[in-house]
Design a protein around this ligand. Structure first.
Ligand code: ZN
Length: 189
């Protein structure tokens, strides 16, 4: 089932998300719905706050991208904690399904050490670099209540402000279902 993706301006995107217990209801359904929602929107990552749930869960699938080493990079991260970020800073042009039509260069460290549980509640402590680290850092920010646009300069954010306001109102064209915080009532898309 495809879920509506909440747009920039929704308070759920600003909450620090909570860990979930092993008996969290219908977790496997939620995970498969999140993958379906993400694929439908042509995304490579999706975090639970983006479907309205302030819980520490995100999914990533880089596996159909043409990045060497990522042929089968499809992963679920539950109750993740980044233990360390290291390496060198690099810029990458990021976008976000909750912030349609805005893509900006974001500078991040290239290596991340993360503790998490997978969809079978197996614990992992792993190091990722390159694109894997980049997408993990972006999704991890979501469960910390942060967005990639927070990392832009104040001047750049000011220049984008009218576009942020348009997104809140739903005045953007998207080809997936979204929930806009300031959309006029009865005009859901
Ligand atoms: Zn995002």
């Amino acid at each position: 089932m495809k879920l509506p993706i909440v747009a920039y301006g929704d308070p759920v995107l600003r909450k620090k998300a909570e860990d979930i217990p092993k008996d969290y209801p219908e977790l496997q359904d939620l995970i498969s719905n999140m993958f379906e929602t993400m694929y439908n929107a042509s995304g490579v990552g999706l975090a639970a706050p983006q479907v309205g749930l302030p819980i520490r869960l995100f999914v990533i699938d880089l596996s159909d991208k043409e990045e060497p080493g990522y042929e089968s990079f499809k992963k679920v991260f539950i109750n993740a904690e980044i233990l360390e970020e290291k390496g060198v800073l690099w810029d990458f042009n990021e976008g976000c399904l909750s912030i349609p039509d805005i893509r900006e260069d974001v500078r991040r460290l290239d290596t991340v050490v993360i503790s998490y549980y997978d969809e079978n509640w197996v614990h992992h402590e792993e190091t990722f670099d390159g694109m894997g680290a980049r997408v993990i850092q972006h999704e991890y920010d979501h469960i910390e209540g942060k967005l990639f646009t927070d990392k832009l300069s104040p001047l750049r954010r000011a220049m984008l402000n009218s576009r942020f306001e348009a997104i809140k109102k739903g005045a953007v064209k998207v080809d997936y279902k979204m929930k806009f915080p300031q959309a006029p009532k009865g005009k859901k898309r």
